[in-house]
Every structure is written in C-alpha cells, then in structure tokens.
Design a protein around this ligand. Structure first.
Ligand SMILES: Cc1cc2nc3c(=O)[nH]c(=O)nc-3n(C[C@H](O)[C@H](O)[C@H](O)COP(=O)(O)OP(=O)(O)OC[C@H]3O[C@@H](n4cnc5c(N)ncnc54)[C@H](O)[C@@H]3O)c2cc1C
Length: 359
C-alpha cells in the first residue's frame, strides 16, 4: 500500500479532494493533514468582514469530504517534514511516513522586516485564523492596514463599510502603502473611492516599525493605531526552508512546472507556499491555487504509477473583481477596468458558484 499525505487544506488540495473518486486505486491510501477542520475561501473574506456572508457561507467542511471519500483526515498542524526519511511530524509529535507528500499550507502575514509588527499585529493568516480574529478589526477605533495590494484594498473597504453600518462611523481605517496598489488607472479609482468614503491613505510610504501606539513610516511619519494588520504580501512558513529542500529568496518551496520539487520527486507543492521556477512572479492568489488542483491531482497519481506528468501553465490573464464595499466592485481584466454594482453581483455569483461546487 502506497501513502499520499496531503498537508494543508488549501484551495489546491480542495480541488484534489474533489477529483478523487470512489473508483480510485485502492492500493493508495490518502491522508489529509489540516490545521483546521475547515477550508476558508479567500474570495469571500472581504464579504465576510463586511458582514455580507455568514461563516457557513465561506467555509467548507474538509472532514466531511474526507469521510465521504474514505480519506483519512487528521486535524493537526504539520510541524516539519524530512525528505530523507520520507516522514512528516505533526503537532502531537505523531510521525507519518509517505510515498508522496503534497504541500498546500498557504502563507502567513507576519513579516520580520517591520520591527515590532509580529507582536503587535492581529495575524489573520493562516486562513483558519481569519474568522475568529476579524471582530477585533471591525471594532478597532483606529484600524491601520499595512500593504496596498488587492487584499489590503478590499479589506479596507470592507471594514469601513462594516463600521458605517454598525454604529462606528467615527472609527478610522488607514491604509499605509509604499508602492503602486494595483496599477495607475485602477489606483486612481481606488484613491477616489478612499477619499469619498473617508478612508485615510498614507501613500508612497513604507511602514518600518510598530510601537505601542504608532506605525512608524520610512519618511518619519507616525500613524496612530489601536489595531494593526499586515496585508503587504504573503510570507513563507518556516518549515519549508527547514526541510532542506530548495526555496526561493522569500522562503517559498521551489517547484517545477509539474508542481514537483526539483530536489525530491516525491514532494509536491502548490498554492501560496510554492514558488514556481517557470513563473517566479506568479501572484500569490487563490485564483492560481485553484487552477493548480487539476494538475496536482493528475501528477500525484501519475507519479505513483510512473506515468507521464502534466505541466501547470498559469492563465495569462486572470479576472479580478475587487469588492469596494456596499455591494460595489472594481473589475480588472487585462487592460480593461470597470466599476459598479453589477461587478459586485458578478463576483457574488462566481464566489457562491465556487462554494456550491464543494459544499
Ligand atoms: C484578507 C485576504 C483576502 C484575500 N482575498 C483574495 C481574493 O479575493 N481572491 C484571491 O484569489 N485571493 C485572495 N487572497 C489570497 C489568498 O488568500 C491566497 O492566495 C490563497 O488562500 C492561497 O491558497 P492556498 O491553497 O495556497 O492556501 P490557503 O487557502 O491559505 O490554505 C492553506 C491551508 O493550510 C492550513 N495550514 C496552514 N499551515 C498548516 C500546517 N503547518 N499544517 C497543516 N495545515 C496548515 C491552513 O489552515 C489553511 O487552511 C486574500 C488573502 C488575504 C490575506
């Protein structure tokens, strides 16, 4: 009997689980190790923060899927893995051996370059922490979001909207971002909306330190906060580098186009935790993680059977629908930009459709 250990219940493994049918090879035992019983769908994080979705709307019960498909489910954190021994170590100390290991453990939001941030921030990733930590952000008098990418923009709008609708109109949301947010054209739409809604934007300045009361910026600015979150880019889980396998400059595990680590053909990785050698600048986004599922499913099985592996080829353009609060959204596709309520309804339709596929 061969054993495949899937570590992490992220977007890619969810798709692998969906594709595992009852008719699969009975000589292969599949085990999912997940820090949480649930998968949380990041596309609906903003709507959840705003109060548009309930917790059941945005999560999928991994344990139930595993039970239905006769897959072992272990609700524990992967602490480390040893490629030489072909063994993983779980938070309980239990060890599991594997023939194939697949990692989809996502990323963190705790960079060590900003002094004091790790101790002071509300950490909302890994994904299973998100729902339990969101209330403190909603109710913060002075909420500061460090980072200016899609997640930071969406969350700023969502928290602002929640505050407007829940008697906290005098709270303030501030975004501190050092570079361009999305691109010049989209940024001007976002900045106009920030301005209109009263979201403060500290533009072109990097957070360098978080003290007890202030986020200190590179230009010497002091931004008062009562709660601070970092959404300035995915950070790598330390256990990847500790395995001894090759990682990129940020510590994400390197994989080839087959999602296989170049150092060890028995170890695969996908989603945020993986660094594709063929596409080093691929954004860390759920959109790409989901699409890797088909390739990962095929390759895990094919590699056990010594069959031909498939290459993952990221889509050249991804549709991005950025929620801007109050059931409005900004749609980005290639060079095309459109804003309105219809974009939010489209996003809601796509996101609910995604959830229906797995629930
Ligand atoms: C606030 C916010 C909003 C975002 N919004 C969007 C969006 O709208 N659209 C989009 O495409 N992307 C969005 N993203 C990015 C998106 O969250 C990630 O790119 C996506 O979740 C990556 O999927 P994944 O499969 O790599 O991992 P995840 O979906 O993060 O899943 C990893 C899983 O592994 C588990 N895990 C972690 N560590 C361990 C461990 N050691 N052992 C076992 N299990 C572990 C976690 O509990 C988690 O369930 C957002 C990110 C944030 C922070």
């Amino acid at each position: 009997m061969k054993t495949v250990v899937l570590a992490g219940g992220g977007h890619t493994h969810l798709e692998v689980l969906r594709r595992l049918t009852a008719e699969r090879d009975t000589e292969v035992k599949w085990t999912l190790v997940s820090a949480s019983r649930y998968h949380y769908y990041s596309g609906m994080f903003s709507g959840f923060a705003e109060g548009l979705y309930s917790i059941e709307d945005i999560r999928i019960d991994l344990k139930k899927i595993c039970e239905d498909k006769n897959i072992d489910f272990i609700e524990e954190t992967l602490e480390s893995f040893d490629p030489a021994k072909r063994e993983v170590v779980l938070s309980s100390g239990e060890k599991l051996s594997y023939d194939r290991l697949s990692l989809d453990i996502g990323s963190h939001t705790a960079p060590d370059q900003i002094e004091g941030l790790a101790e002071k921030q509300i950490q909302i990733k890994p994904a299973h922490l998100f729902t339990e930590r969101i209330d403190a952000c909603r109710k913060a008098k002075e909420l500061v979001i460090i980072g200016g990418g899609a997640a930071a923009i969406e969350m700023a709008f969502s928290f602002h909207q929640w505050k407007q609708q829940n008697g906290r109109k005098y709270d303030r949301v501030t975004v501190v971002a050092s570079g361009e947010m999305v691109d010049e054209k989209s940024d001007s739409v976002v900045e106009t909306l920030f301005d209109h809604k009263g979201i403060r934007y500290v533009k072109g300045d990097a957070a360098v330190e978080v003290t007890d009361r202030y986020v200190m910026t590179e230009s010497g600015g002091e931004v008062l906060y009562s709660e601070v979150i970092f959404l300035g880019g995915a950070q790598a889980p330390a256990l990847l580098e500790a395995s001894g396998l090759s990682v990129d400059k940020k510590g994400f595990i390197k994989v080839n186009a087959c999602l296989q680590t170049p150092d060890d053909s028995r170890v695969f990785a996908a989603g945020d935790c993986a660094a594709l050698i063929t596409h080093p600048y691929l954004p860390k986004s759920g959109v790409y993680a989901v699409r890797q599922g088909e390739v990962l499913h095929h390759n895990l099985i094919a590699s056990l059977r010594r069959g031909a592996l498939m290459d993952y080829k990221p889509q050249s353009r991804a549709l991005i629908l950025l929620s801007t609060g109050g059931k409005q959204a900004l749609m980005l596709y290639g060079k095309w930009r459109q804003f309105g309520s219809w974009a939010w309804w489209w996003k809601d339709y796509i996101d609910r459709g995604y959830m229906r596929k797995y629930q």
